[in-house]
Design a protein around this ligand. Structure first.
Ligand SMILES: O=C(O)CCC(=O)C(=O)O
Length: 248
């Protein structure tokens, strides 16, 4: 169950953070796994330093699919049936050229891939992003940023204003182990990483309603270690006779 305050905040801002979801010993293991899979020396460019395929790296990674602290938020924000559509990790350092993921998704848009609507006392979303911080993100360090509330705004920003240094843009600080849940319909982007002392490490899992597919390929469900519930969450988009995942 999520609280009324959490639902209110998500509806107001288009995002919410939940502290302390991943314990420090798992964070340490995940950092080590990234290093052993060659995720080292990243650029300061959120697109150039993306990585994927991490659900095969062991149970800590696989269990992100149906992480118990997150599932009630997906049920509330998408509906009882949802699927994991695509995943990627982001590694960023303060070194090198600053590429960017400028602000994207604009007020007034109705995109069938990433809508936000409320109807009948319910929230409905086309794509929800669950972003786990695997390193601390102090205020102003860089990383995820957004213009809160824009998932519901009627008018877009004026052309040319879609920059992460726009005065309305808010940076979202986090601690390693926290999770950020946001609607893709929010105007959001990535600020350059500014800290020399450590790198940004995040993993993003993106969930859709069960009837739609966002990415081109879907997430492979051929890992024999996956549970039945995890396999259900990785099923292709379909409606007929699709059960809802059950969470205790
Ligand atoms: O976490 C970030 O830096 C932004 C990710 C992003 O732009 C997205 O999920 O579309």
């Amino acid at each position: 169950m999520i609280t009324d305050e959490q639902k209110f905040l998500f509806d107001l801002q288009g995002y919410i953070t939940i502290p302390g979801v991943i314990p420090p010993e798992h964070i340490k293991q995940m950092q080590a796994d990234m290093a052993s899979h060659g995720i080292v020396d990243p650029q300061n460019d959120p697109n150039a330093s993306r990585f994927g395929n991490f659900l095969k790296w062991g149970p800590i990674w696989r269990n992100l699919i149906d992480q118990p602290a997150v599932m009630p938020f997906l049920t509330e924000f998408i509906g009882p049936k949802f699927r994991l559509d695509h995943i990627y990790g982001m590694a960023m350092s303060a070194k090198g050229a600053r590429g960017g993921e400028g602000l994207h998704h604009e007020g007034g848009m109705f995109n069938h891939g990433c809508f936000y609507v409320t109807h009948g006392q319910r929230i409905h979303n086309g794509l929800i992003v669950v972003s786990y911080a695997l390193s601390d993100v102090p205020p102003g360090a860089g990383g995820f940023c957004c213009i809160p509330g824009t998932h519901k705004s009627l008018f877009p920003l004026p052309k040319g204003a879609y920059q992460v240094d726009h005065p309305l843009v808010k940076h979202v600080p986090m601690k390693a182990g926290d999770v950020l849940i946001f609607t893709e319909a929010l105007t959001h982007g990535t600020m350059p990483w500014t800290l020399e002392a450590w790198e940004r490490r995040s993993v993003l899992l993106k969930y859709c309603p069960h009837y739609m597919q966002w990415g081109r390929g879907g997430v492979a469900a051929d890992d024999p270690e996956l549970t039945e519930r995890q396999k259900l969450l990785l099923q292709i988009a379909h409606v007929w006779e699709r059960p809802a995942p059950v969470f205790e």
